[in-house]
Design a protein around this ligand. Structure first.
Ligand code: ADP
Length: 180
């Protein structure tokens, strides 16, 4: 697992994850960046998904082509909107990460990049979301036999990158994991 600062649209992992909204019609933040960089093929597939199964519920995930991106696939998931933390936000955030990882594993992917889901427009505090996110990924990878070999958190700004780095150190110490 790596934590880097950068732009997720430039990642060459098999899949990148999009912090989408239930309409799957694009939007601001990382969602807009992915659709801009990947081109119209992604939106075309999103429209097909919505006509087949309707809006994407919070905590669920679907996969489309990566269009013009280096990544072959985009996994679209919907994180929770922060309402103070007592409305099931942590469980829904865990679910967004787990459902994305499950899809990647079911499709035999080897590598996946995640943005910091829910911490932009959706307002989830980064200090809390970073711990939930890292814990969810480590738990999935340690309990599941999977094709996944590489997991990258791609944080856009230096502040978010710093918070995720500290969270990883804290979680690694608690779990007795060695960081390289
Ligand atoms: P949400 O609606 O789930 O909160 P946002 O896209 O508003 O999603 O924000 C999620 C995170 O993605 C924020 O930390 C934001 O800075 C970050 N972000 C925005 N653009 C990119 C990008 N191109 N690559 C990686 N992260 C990005």
């Amino acid at each position: 697992m790596h934590i880097i600062q950068g732009d997720i649209t430039e990642q060459g992992t098999d899949a990148i994850v999009n912090a989408a909204n239930p309409s799957l019609m694009g939007g601001g933040g990382v969602d807009g960046a992915i659709h801009r960089a990947g081109g119209p093929a992604i939106l075309d597939e999103c429209k097909q998904v919505v006509s087949r199964q309707g809006r994407l519920p919070t905590g669920k995930a679907v996969m489309t082509t990566g269009g013009n991106l280096k990544a072959k696939y985009v996994i679209h998931t919907v994180g929770p909107i922060w309402h103070g933390g007592n409305k099931g936000e942590p469980e829904l955030l865990v679910s967004a990460y787990q459902e994305s990882l499950k899809l990647a594993a079911e499709n035999n992917l080897n590598s996946i990049s995640f943005p910091s889901i829910s911490t932009g427009a959706y307002g989830y505090p980064v200090s809390k979301a970073s711990k939930v996110a890292i814990d969810a990924v480590i738990t999935f990878l340690s309990h599941t036999i999977t094709s996944l070999r590489e997991m990258v958190f791609v944080l856009f700004d230096s502040q978010t990158f710093g918070v995720y780095s500290s969270a990883l150190q804290e979680i690694a110490e608690k779990r007795g994991l060695r960081l390289s």
